[in-house]
Design a protein around this ligand. Sequence first.
Ligand code: COA
Length: 258
Amino acid sequence: MNYENILVEKNNHLAKVTINRPSKLNALNKQTIAELHSAFKTLEADTAIKAIILTGSGQKAFVAGADISEFANFSESQGAQLAASGQKTLFNFIENLSTPVIAAVNGFALGGGLELAMAAHFRIASSNAKMGLPEVSLGVIPGYGGTQRLPQLIGKGKAMEMIMTAGMLTADEAKNWGLVNDVVAQEDLLPLCEKLAGKIARNSSVAIAAAIQSVNAHFKEGVDGFNVEINAFGKCFATNDFKEGTTAFLEKRKPKFE
Ligand code: COA
């Protein structure tokens, strides 16, 4: 499928999705959000793809936010609709994707850009990256899940500080605060993400999908994550991957998962 604002590349078990509007610092407009949804949906259905890296094009930005020019004149109901449809189409969608998504944060990740990185399953940053939720400086709040995911990742007090000050964290500060897992030089960012994706690809993708679902259950209102884990654990026993994984261990060989 041809996209205008994103690039999708596949290499063996790995896919890379690059948001490609560098002249606008990869700001997320409506079309980009729709294209990302379509790309992630297609990649999730592709059983050969075991992990996805999400990054921004150019040296400067991952994503500098939602495209401010698109919503500057919105009414109250249009604002609510923007947040609701964005959350459903892209941010919650990525968080609940059964294929692991690693955000390679290669520069500014601001507003919707940081929210997008937070929707990924984990984040690695380059040392030039800057992260923040500047929405209150525009008279609005994060609307793509930022008020919910940031406290999950760094705790309530730090999240409140970041949101209220509209300030930016350096990559090292983001690592200290638990927002990203690691920080490397820009040229090492994709190689490290590919290495991690390669490790992921060696494991059972059925089990990984069950793990994503179980971890996410902890953060779902009214859902007992322990029960979700019990059910998902049980289901693993009926899979070919479980038979293969345990048999390979007992036969002292490497497993060949589906
Ligand atoms: N929405 C729309 N356009 C954006 C954008 C956004 N969130 N972020 C950057 N751009 C555009 C700029 O308007 C500019 O376009 P132009 O050349 O047509 O004028 C282009 O991207 C380059 O940005 P510029 O501001 O010139 O780069 P800079 O290096 O001086 O500053 C930032 C970089 C990230 C500090 C600055 O672009 C910025 O503050 N962006 C908005 C961040 C934000 O508030 N995001 C949250 C949105 S809810």
